[in-house]
Design a protein around this ligand. Structure first.
Ligand code: ADP
Length: 163
């Protein structure tokens, strides 16, 4: 079964990577889908995010995972690439409420593409890209939250933003 994991990944965190690793064991093929969202202002460009995720996949040795950039409706994009389901991560009840709404809307749009939820590993249940950016911007240590291979790049960008 081929699934996609849509999100913003600005930048990818250890929480995202954990979901990707678990999905890669459960399914034959996983496509990490960076969805273009004109309403979100991102710190990293799409190209930067693709490269960051690819680096993480390579260093984790995940061979059945690839990265793509999509736009428009996620269900339509999922169908276009031949994915049968979309993976989403749930950290807390607050995620659940939002995700339930999106998943129900997607069900109306395309009955055949399922949304599959994976719950966050407890160690990462507080972790989001925004939290990491906030900590890094304010001089905190982000090594525990980001895949090691991209820590320096993320810190450099946050420092540039400061200056
Ligand atoms: P979006 O803008 O679509 O929410 P994100 O990149 O923030 O994109 O998140 C993509 C998906 O990954 C979402 O389903 C989100 O709930 C999930 N996610 C984010 N952080 C974590 C984490 N620490 N553990 C598990 N799932 C997570």
């Amino acid at each position: 079964m081929k699934v996609c994991y849509p999100g913003t990944f600005d930048p990818i965190t250890k929480g995202h990577l954990d979901i990707i690793e678990r999905a890669s064991k459960a399914f034959d093929q996983v496509v990490v889908l960076i969805m273009r969202n004109p309403r979100k202002r991102c710190l990293f460009s799409e190209e930067e995010r693709v490269r960051q995720i690819e680096k993480c996949l390579q260093s984790a040795g995940l061979k059945n995972v690839e990265v793509k950039v999509g736009e428009g409706l996620t269900v339509q994009y999922a169908r276009k690439i031949g994915a049968n389901a979309m993976i989403r991560g749930i950290r807390a009840v607050s995620d659940y409420e939002y995700e339930l709404q999106i998943a129900t809307a997607n069900m109306e749009l395309d009955e055949e593409i399922e949304t599959i939820f994976l719950i966050a590993r407890p160690a990462y249940s507080f972790l989001s890209s925004s939290v990491v950016k906030e900590i890094g911007e304010n001089g905190g240590e982000i090594n525990d939250f980001m895949p090691e291979i991209i820590v320096d790049e993320v810190l450099e960008k946050l420092r540039k933003k400061e200056g």
